[in-house]
Design a binder for this molecule. Structure first.
Ligand code: HEC
Length: 165
Protein backbone atom coordinates (compact mmCIF):
# COMPACT_ATOMS: atom_id res chain seq x y z
CA UNK A 1 0.00 0.00 0.00
CA UNK A 2 1.40 3.43 -0.95
CA UNK A 3 0.55 6.69 0.80
CA UNK A 4 -1.90 8.76 -1.16
CA UNK A 5 -0.39 11.98 -2.54
CA UNK A 6 -2.89 14.19 -0.74
CA UNK A 7 -1.84 12.71 2.59
CA UNK A 8 1.80 13.47 1.79
CA UNK A 9 0.88 16.99 0.69
CA UNK A 10 -1.10 17.59 3.89
CA UNK A 11 1.73 16.34 6.06
CA UNK A 12 4.21 18.62 4.29
CA UNK A 13 1.82 21.58 4.69
CA UNK A 14 1.42 20.86 8.40
CA UNK A 15 5.19 20.58 8.85
CA UNK A 16 5.79 23.90 7.04
CA UNK A 17 3.07 25.61 9.09
CA UNK A 18 4.69 24.23 12.24
CA UNK A 19 8.10 25.62 11.33
CA UNK A 20 6.66 29.04 10.45
CA UNK A 21 4.77 29.14 13.76
CA UNK A 22 7.83 28.06 15.74
CA UNK A 23 9.98 30.82 14.20
CA UNK A 24 7.29 33.44 14.78
CA UNK A 25 6.80 32.30 18.34
CA UNK A 26 10.50 32.38 19.20
CA UNK A 27 10.65 36.01 18.01
CA UNK A 28 7.87 37.11 20.33
CA UNK A 29 8.94 39.48 23.05
CA UNK A 30 8.56 37.02 25.88
CA UNK A 31 10.99 34.55 24.37
CA UNK A 32 13.92 36.85 23.77
CA UNK A 33 16.51 36.52 26.55
CA UNK A 34 16.55 39.36 29.04
CA UNK A 35 19.69 41.49 28.56
CA UNK A 36 21.62 41.33 31.83
CA UNK A 37 23.47 44.40 33.02
CA UNK A 38 25.26 45.23 36.25
CA UNK A 39 21.96 46.68 37.54
CA UNK A 40 19.70 43.79 36.62
CA UNK A 41 17.36 42.72 39.39
CA UNK A 42 17.59 39.06 40.37
CA UNK A 43 14.19 38.12 41.82
CA UNK A 44 14.88 34.38 41.39
CA UNK A 45 18.17 34.28 43.28
CA UNK A 46 17.57 33.08 46.88
CA UNK A 47 20.86 34.57 48.14
CA UNK A 48 19.96 38.01 46.73
CA UNK A 49 16.46 37.82 48.26
CA UNK A 50 17.86 36.78 51.66
CA UNK A 51 19.97 39.96 51.59
CA UNK A 52 17.14 42.14 50.28
CA UNK A 53 14.28 41.34 52.64
CA UNK A 54 15.89 42.60 55.88
CA UNK A 55 17.06 45.73 54.04
CA UNK A 56 13.45 46.40 53.01
CA UNK A 57 12.26 45.96 56.60
CA UNK A 58 14.97 48.22 58.01
CA UNK A 59 15.11 50.97 55.35
CA UNK A 60 11.89 51.04 53.28
CA UNK A 61 8.96 49.54 55.18
CA UNK A 62 8.40 52.58 57.43
CA UNK A 63 7.21 54.57 54.42
CA UNK A 64 6.40 52.04 51.68
CA UNK A 65 4.59 49.70 54.10
CA UNK A 66 5.35 46.29 55.60
CA UNK A 67 3.27 44.72 52.84
CA UNK A 68 4.52 47.12 50.15
CA UNK A 69 1.14 48.84 50.32
CA UNK A 70 2.46 52.41 50.50
CA UNK A 71 0.86 55.27 52.42
CA UNK A 72 -2.88 56.06 52.27
CA UNK A 73 -3.99 58.36 49.42
CA UNK A 74 -0.53 58.13 47.90
CA UNK A 75 -1.60 60.00 44.77
CA UNK A 76 -2.72 63.09 46.73
CA UNK A 77 -0.11 65.72 47.50
CA UNK A 78 -0.05 66.69 51.14
CA UNK A 79 -0.52 70.34 52.24
CA UNK A 80 3.29 70.71 52.28
CA UNK A 81 3.30 69.83 48.57
CA UNK A 82 5.01 66.51 49.01
CA UNK A 83 3.74 63.14 47.87
CA UNK A 84 3.11 60.27 50.27
CA UNK A 85 5.14 57.09 49.66
CA UNK A 86 3.65 55.02 46.82
CA UNK A 87 3.10 51.27 47.12
CA UNK A 88 5.77 48.94 45.72
CA UNK A 89 3.23 46.19 45.04
CA UNK A 90 1.40 45.68 41.75
CA UNK A 91 -1.03 48.56 42.50
CA UNK A 92 1.78 51.15 42.36
CA UNK A 93 3.93 52.24 39.43
CA UNK A 94 7.30 50.99 40.68
CA UNK A 95 7.04 48.14 38.17
CA UNK A 96 6.60 50.63 35.30
CA UNK A 97 10.27 51.63 35.64
CA UNK A 98 13.13 49.57 34.19
CA UNK A 99 15.78 48.17 36.56
CA UNK A 100 18.28 50.93 35.93
CA UNK A 101 15.79 53.68 36.79
CA UNK A 102 14.76 51.93 40.01
CA UNK A 103 18.38 51.61 41.09
CA UNK A 104 18.98 55.27 40.25
CA UNK A 105 15.89 56.49 42.13
CA UNK A 106 16.88 54.50 45.21
CA UNK A 107 20.49 55.66 45.06
CA UNK A 108 19.80 59.36 44.40
CA UNK A 109 16.21 59.87 45.59
CA UNK A 110 13.49 60.57 43.03
CA UNK A 111 14.20 64.30 42.65
CA UNK A 112 17.89 64.00 41.72
CA UNK A 113 17.23 60.83 39.70
CA UNK A 114 14.82 62.81 37.53
CA UNK A 115 17.06 65.90 37.44
CA UNK A 116 14.38 67.91 39.27
CA UNK A 117 16.24 69.95 41.82
CA UNK A 118 13.20 71.93 42.98
CA UNK A 119 11.08 68.80 43.58
CA UNK A 120 10.76 68.40 47.36
CA UNK A 121 10.41 64.73 48.18
CA UNK A 122 10.47 62.52 51.24
CA UNK A 123 12.19 59.74 49.32
CA UNK A 124 15.71 59.62 50.79
CA UNK A 125 18.85 59.10 48.69
CA UNK A 126 20.44 55.83 49.81
CA UNK A 127 23.84 56.60 48.30
CA UNK A 128 26.39 56.13 51.08
CA UNK A 129 23.83 54.22 53.19
CA UNK A 130 23.36 51.15 50.98
CA UNK A 131 25.84 49.74 48.46
CA UNK A 132 24.68 49.16 44.87
CA UNK A 133 24.58 45.42 45.62
CA UNK A 134 22.27 46.10 48.58
CA UNK A 135 20.06 48.38 46.46
CA UNK A 136 19.79 45.69 43.78
CA UNK A 137 19.00 43.12 46.49
CA UNK A 138 16.19 45.14 48.05
CA UNK A 139 14.66 45.95 44.64
CA UNK A 140 14.99 42.28 43.64
CA UNK A 141 13.09 41.31 46.79
CA UNK A 142 10.37 43.85 45.91
CA UNK A 143 10.13 42.38 42.40
CA UNK A 144 9.96 38.85 43.81
CA UNK A 145 6.67 39.85 45.48
CA UNK A 146 4.93 40.89 42.25
CA UNK A 147 2.46 38.50 40.62
CA UNK A 148 3.93 36.49 37.73
CA UNK A 149 2.01 38.51 35.12
CA UNK A 150 3.45 41.81 36.44
CA UNK A 151 6.97 40.36 36.51
CA UNK A 152 6.60 39.32 32.86
CA UNK A 153 5.50 42.87 31.98
CA UNK A 154 8.44 44.33 33.89
CA UNK A 155 10.83 42.02 32.01
CA UNK A 156 9.32 43.35 28.78
CA UNK A 157 9.89 46.96 29.95
CA UNK A 158 13.56 46.11 30.56
CA UNK A 159 13.86 44.52 27.11
CA UNK A 160 12.28 47.53 25.45
CA UNK A 161 14.66 49.86 27.23
CA UNK A 162 17.65 47.90 25.98
CA UNK A 163 16.22 47.76 22.49
CA UNK A 164 16.40 51.57 22.60
CA UNK A 165 12.71 52.50 22.52
C1 HEC B 1 10.98 58.49 54.53
C2 HEC B 1 10.08 57.76 53.69
C3 HEC B 1 10.69 56.82 52.64
C4 HEC B 1 11.58 55.80 52.82
C5 HEC B 1 12.25 55.36 54.11
C6 HEC B 1 11.77 55.19 51.52
N1 HEC B 1 11.01 55.83 50.59
FE1 HEC B 1 10.91 55.41 48.60
N2 HEC B 1 9.63 56.95 48.31
C7 HEC B 1 9.12 57.77 49.31
C8 HEC B 1 8.26 58.76 48.72
C9 HEC B 1 7.51 59.84 49.48
C10 HEC B 1 8.26 58.51 47.33
C11 HEC B 1 7.52 59.35 46.25
C12 HEC B 1 8.38 60.56 46.13
C13 HEC B 1 8.02 61.58 45.09
O1 HEC B 1 7.59 61.23 44.00
O2 HEC B 1 8.27 62.74 45.45
C14 HEC B 1 9.13 57.36 47.12
C15 HEC B 1 9.39 56.81 45.89
C16 HEC B 1 10.18 55.69 45.66
C17 HEC B 1 10.42 55.10 44.36
C18 HEC B 1 9.84 55.57 43.04
C19 HEC B 1 8.53 54.84 42.83
C20 HEC B 1 7.81 55.21 41.57
O3 HEC B 1 6.84 54.54 41.26
O4 HEC B 1 8.21 56.15 40.88
C21 HEC B 1 11.24 54.03 44.57
C22 HEC B 1 11.78 53.06 43.52
C23 HEC B 1 11.50 53.95 45.98
N3 HEC B 1 10.84 54.97 46.61
C24 HEC B 1 12.28 52.99 46.57
C25 HEC B 1 12.57 52.94 47.93
C26 HEC B 1 13.39 51.92 48.52
C27 HEC B 1 13.99 50.74 47.79
C28 HEC B 1 13.49 52.23 49.85
C29 HEC B 1 14.29 51.51 50.89
C30 HEC B 1 15.66 51.20 50.57
C31 HEC B 1 12.71 53.45 50.06
N4 HEC B 1 12.17 53.84 48.89
C32 HEC B 1 12.58 54.11 51.29
C33 HEC B 1 9.41 57.69 50.66
C34 HEC B 1 10.32 56.83 51.24
Amino acid sequence: MTARPWIVRSLVAIAVAGIVLAIGWSRLDGFRPLPLTEHSLRPDDPAVLALGEPIYVAHCAACHGAKLEGQPDWKQRRPDGRLPAPPHDETGHTWHHPDEQLVRMTRLGVARAAGLNDHASDMPAFEGVLTDAEIIAVLSWIKSRWPAAVRVQHDAINRRMHAGH
